[in-house]
Each structure stands twice: as structure tokens, then as C-alpha cells.
Design a protein around this ligand. Structure first.
Ligand SMILES: *Cc1c(COP(=O)(O)O)cnc(C)c1O
Length: 386
């Protein structure tokens, strides 16, 4: 593979890549440089919600591209305002800050929480509680928030005042919620941490405790958001209204965009100059996101729920599968095999799957057909059984 050789020579060694150079695709199908067809059960880590080169999404993006590709945030642009209005009206949050990635969306939420506490209480209320096995990004602040020691090697010192507690352990959380805490940040389904779903009772109790103590609740929906779990955002299934919601991955449908949604308490924390981004809310990315959100209606989301159930029913109890976790079309498969070997073997047989810790992880395009899904799961089951 010419592409592989060039990559290894010129690109930093941060990724262990699989043996595929993707060239093009259509929906859930990917065509490799090798001329082989693949079924995609990863959607670029939950990014390509409508699969590859979806015609309606492509049209929305290219129409905008022909009008204006960028102008600075010193001016107004329609796609950005349309997107912000949709996000607020659909979620019950009040204002949005746009950035370009999940890490940046979380970075903004962290800054917002610290400023909220500073404005109200002065210094000394800067601690942010996150969960063990969480993943919030790769920048220094979001890595400090991330509760995975393995990612912390060699990059010390981190930002102070991030405390990690075990997921679904209410007494550990209660003990951590001292007077110096400004926010709790959670993924409702931990994605990179192994597709771990938080318990309803735990989330309800943490939400209540935070509200009582004026501690902000930040929900990181970078991976769970935008229809992935069967509701537009996962927090809606939990019956809570967070103070801050961050999202990215699927939001742009394949283009880089992040959003930090701010509730009533924090919507006016930032003033002119207190935060910013050159590319944030870029009109082409925003046009892609407007197309995504306008299509994630009740009927579409009901299909996500149905396909999620089909996925579980098809995998349940199959040889080599020791359990299934997740929500909607965000699935973790517990296997005793090395998940990276499973992913490599699936790729060999024409199916792209992801891994998360000790699990095989599936984040199929939400538009995948039943036939494609069943064909791919058949191959996956074969690999897991062997
Ligand atoms: C992927 C992810 C991030 C980081 O997003 P980037 O766009 O890679 O910066 C943050 N939080 C969660 C929950 C994620 O899944």
C-alpha cells in the first residue's frame, strides 16, 4: 500500500491503524484502495451518522460551500444561527458556543463552569468531578478531566482540581461533592471507557445533589448525542436537564464541529472576549449539522431504537459473546478474545468494527439497512465464535 508507506514516513505515530486505506463509500458501504467493499459498523467513531456521502447531506454542505466557506466570528452567518436555534429549541437549553471538536466543546464547558463559580463565589471553588474510565478529550484540560491513568503517562503536570470517582457509586460521589466543587462532568454512556451505561437512579441522584449545592452538571454527549442512543440526546432518556451539554462527533455528519449548550444558570457567564474560536460554527460545518438535526425526527429516532434492538437480539447469546452493553445504536460486546484481533479479522472479512477497552464496539451509521446490518453481524458472529 503506497498510502500506508507514506503515512508511516510522514505522519506522527499516534494511531495504530488497520490495514485499510479508504477511498470512497456510499451509505454503510466503504470502498478500499484495494478495490474491496466493506460494511461500516463504526461510522468514523460515530461521526458519519448517515453513512458516507449521503446525498441530502452532501447537497446541503456543497450548496453552502458555493455561497461562503468561512468568515470570522466578528460577523453573523445564517447557518450558525439556524443551528444554534435548532439546538436550543430541541433541547431546552438556552445558548450555544460553537467550536470544532469534542475536546474543544468540553474545554469550553470547563471554562464556563469555573467562571460561573468564580463570578458567584470568588476563588476556591474550582474542583470538577469526573468519573473513572471517562474520556473527555486529548487537550491538557480535557485530558486532566479524563479518568484514565493510561492516558496520563508522561504528560505531567496536569491542570489541578480534577477529581475522579468510580461510575455508578453514589456514596463516592456524595463524599466528593464538597464546597470547593464547581461542576460534575459525566458521559451517560462511557464510550471510550468500554460502553458503560450509567444507572438511572445514580444519574437522578447526582442531578439532585448538584442542584441542591449549586454545582453545575455537565453532560458530555460528544459520542452519545445526535440520535446515537435512540433519543436526540441521551440526557432526554434520563429525564434530566443538565446545566451544560457538550456535543460533537455526529453533529456535523462528517465535518468537524463541536457545540457547548448552556442552560439558564450559565447562559450569560461568558462576555465578549472571554472565549472564542476562529473556525467555530464555520458555515459549511454548520450547514451539515443543520441537515443532520433537521432529519433526526421522531420517526428517525424510533428507527434507531428498533435497529438497536435488532442488533442486540441478533448478537444475544451467540457463541463467544459474554454480554452486550450500551444504548440504542451504541453497542459494546464483551468477549474473551482480544478486541483488536476481532477488529482485524472482521476487516479481513469485509466489516469495520471499533473497540473500547476490552470490548468490541459498534457505532453503525444510523441509516444502515437491516440487510447490511444482518450481513455484517453474521460475519462478526463468525469471528467471535471461532
Ligand atoms: C470522542 C470524544 C471526545 C473527544 O472528541 P474529539 O473530537 O476527538 O476532540 C470527548 N468526549 C467523548 C465522550 C468522546 O467520545
Amino acid at each position: 500500500m503506497r498510502t500506508k508507506a507514506k503515512d508511516q514516513h510522514y505522519i506522527a505515530n499516534t494511531y495504530v491503524r488497520h490495514e485499510l486505506a479508504a477511498e470512497e463509500g456510499k451509505g454503510a458501504e466503504i470502498l478500499g484502495e484495494d478495490g474491496k467493499q466493506y460494511i461500516d459498523l463504526g461510522s468514523g467513531i460515530g461521526v458519519n451518522l448517515f453513512g458516507t456521502a449521503d446525498p441530502l447531506w452532501t447537497k446541503a454542505v456543497t450548496d453552502q460551500l458555493h455561497k461562503i466557506q468561512h468568515i470570522s466570528n466578528y460577523y453573523y452567518t445564517q447557518p450558525q444561527t439556524d443551528l444554534a436555534q435548532m439546538l436550543c429549541q430541541k433541547t431546552g437549553l438556552e445558548k450555544v458556543f460553537f467550536s470544532n471538536s469534542g475536546a474543544e466543546a468540553n474545554e469550553c464547558a470547563i471554562k464556563c463552569a469555573r467562571k460561573y463559580a468564580f463570578d458567584r463565589y470568588g476563588q476556591g471553588r474550582s474542583v470538577i468531578i469526573t468519573l473513572e474510565q471517562s474520556f473527555h478529550g486529548r487537550t491538557m484540560a480535557t485530558l486532566s478531566a479524563t479518568g484514565q491513568e493510561s492516558m496520563h503517562d508522561a504528560f505531567f503536570p496536569f491542570l489541578p482540581d480534577f477529581v475522579h470517582v468510580p461510575p455508578n457509586d453514589l456514596s463516592a460521589m456524595e463524599a466528593a461533592l464538597q464546597g470547593n466543587v464547581c461542576a460534575v462532568m459525566l458521559e451517560l454512556v462511557q464510550g471510550e471507557g468500554g460502553v458503560v451505561v450509567l444507572d438511572q437512579e445514580y444519574v437522578t441522584a447526582v442531578t439532585q445533589l448538584c442542584a441542591e449545592k449549586d454545582i453545575l452538571l455537565i453532560i458530555d454527549e460528544v459520542q452519545t448525542g445526535n440520535g446515537r442512543t435512540g433519543s436526540l440526546y441521551a440526557f432526554m432518556q434520563y429525564g434530566i436537564l443538565p446545566d451544560l451539554v457538550t456535543t460533537a462527533k455526529g453533529l456535523g455528519g462528517g465535518l468537524p464541529i463541536g457545540a457547548t449548550l448552556m442552560g439558564e444558570k450559565v447562559k450569560d457567564v461568558f462576555s465578549a472576549g472571554s472565549h472564542g474560536s476562529t473556525f467555530g460554527g464555520n458555515p459549511v460545518c454548520a450547514a451539515g449539522a443543520v441537515n443532520v438535526l433537521s432529519r433526526l425526527d421522531e420517526v428517525f429516532l424510533a428507527e434507531v431504537v428498533r435497529k438497536g434492538e435488532l442488533l442486540r437480539a441478533t448478537l444475544h447469546g451467540a457463541p463467544g459473546i459474554h454480554g452486550i452493553s450500551g444504548l440504542g445504536m451504541m453497542i459494546g460486546i464483551h468477549t474473551t478474545k482480544d478486541p483488536r484481533d476481532v477488529a482485524a479479522q472482521c476487516l479481513n472479512k469485509g466489516v469495520l468494527v471499533l473497540t473500547a477497552k476490552e470490548k468490541v464496539r459498534l457505532l453503525p451509521p444510523l441509516t444502515i439497512t437491516d440487510a447490511e446490518l444482518l450481513r455484517a453481524l453474521d460475519i462478526l458472529k463468525g469471528v467471535l465464535a471461532s
